[in-house]
Design a protein around this ligand. Structure first.
Ligand code: ACO
Length: 324
């Protein structure tokens, strides 16, 4: 008995940027990108495309799949670090776009963990009020927040959105538990400054502009270790064996992180959903896009135990278990 996902949806911008095209933008090679990251292409927002528009399209599909109307939504939580405006939130833009006039809406900044943090929130609201329907979205146009001269970062990320409509079920299905974590002491390793202050007294020293900066090797090490800890901690707490997992949907950071994680978890790769080669790292959107692809291609059946895990800037990380 608990919080179930009633429907999923996703949306990718139409423009595809390949590794070969990146060769003419920065000093890199298609082979280097593929061998070091497993990424072959990513989707990039077209002219004027905004995070909330991708989010609203993913949400519309999730509502249709769930058979839930926009008016039935009580809450919209949108994980993102790439809104086109700081205020209003992208979640409020989505609310307006959908006509979800009975919902309250806000953005959640947990970088790549935004969707799992959002699911955790949705679960708490739904447990407190069983009639509540919550729309959880992860959406990004990270291409607007990259330094396209920095080959360490610009090759890794992509744009997109994924959404899930959650509600209560009195069956034996539902969200089993989640294990959400943060460590602000390591924030410097993966960061994005805000736009510069207009108050000269509040100018932040060393602010190069509002784009992603990263110490790649350090992030790599922490990401693998943190997701491993979160997963094993959660499985142990919920007394669930890894053998009983039907599917694992990890944050799609890059293939080398995923390979290391799979080895540490000692789970067959056939049980791990991977689509990073097509989309790159779409941050908060990566898990809900993967979830929608797995769900719509029939890889998840009712009663399956599905494990999610994420890691991102903050640092933020976590794991979630759902009996589907
Ligand atoms: N093309 C060609 N060469 C490159 C590129 C590029 N795009 N980027 C870096 N290099 C060069 C470096 O300059 C360096 O050259 P040097 O030896 O002459 O100094 C060489 O390649 C090796 O650089 P490293 O940074 O050591 O390469 P590494 O093997 O660690 O791979 C990578 C870099 C892919 C970024 C890796 O560190 C990684 O996967 N880190 C995790 C980062 C990540 O996924 N972050 C996403 C956000 S967090 C998350 O979602 C979990």
């Amino acid at each position: 008995m608990g919080t179930v996902v009633l429907g999923t949806g996703s949306c990718l911008p139409g423009r595809v940027l390949t590794n070969v095209e990146l060769e003419s933008i920065v000093d890199t090679s298609a082979d280097w990108i593929k061998s070091r990251t497993g990424i072959e292409s990513r989707h990039i927002g077209g002219k004027g495309e905004k995070t909330y528009q991708l989010a609203a399209q993913a949400a519309q599909k999730a509502l249709e799949a769930a058979g839930v109307s926009a008016e039935e939504l009580g809450l919209i939580v949108l994980g993102t670090i790439s809104s086109h405006m700081l205020m209003p939130s992208s979640a409020c833009f989505v609310q307006n776009e959908l006509g979800a006039k009975n919902a309250f809406a806000y953005d959640l900044n947990a970088a790549c963990s935004g969707f799992l943090y959002g699911l955790d929130l949705a679960d708490k609201y739904i447990q407190a009020d069983h009639s509540m329907k919550v729309l959880v979205i992860g959406a990004e146009t990270l291409s607007s927040r990259l330094n396209w001269q920095d080959r360490n970062t610009c090759i890794l990320f992509g744009d997109g959105a994924g959404a899930a409509v959650c509600g209560y079920s009195d069956s034996d299905r539902g969200l089993i538990g989640s294990n959400m974590r943060s460590d602000g002491s390591l924030g410097e390793l993966l960061r994005m400054h805000a736009p510069e202050s207009f108050n000269p007294d509040l100018i932040v020293e060393g602010n190069p502009g509002a784009y992603i900066q990263m110490e790649g090797r350090e992030v790599f090490k922490h990401a693998v270790r943190a997701m491993e800890d979160a997963v094993f901690g959660l499985l142990e707490r919920e007394k669930i064996s890894k053998e009983s997992l039907s599917l694992v949907i990890p944050h799609q950071a890059n293939m080398r992180i995923l390979n290391k994680l799979i080895a540490r978890l000692d789970i067959p790769q056939s049980k791990v959903f991977i689509n990073v080669s097509k989309y790159g790292n779409t941050s908060a959107a990566s898990i809900p896009i993967a979830l929608d692809e797995a769900n719509s291609s029939g890889l998840i059946a009712k009663g399956d135990t599905v494990l999610f895990c994420s890691f991102g800037g903050g640092f933020t990380w976590g794991a979630t278990l759902i009996k589907w």
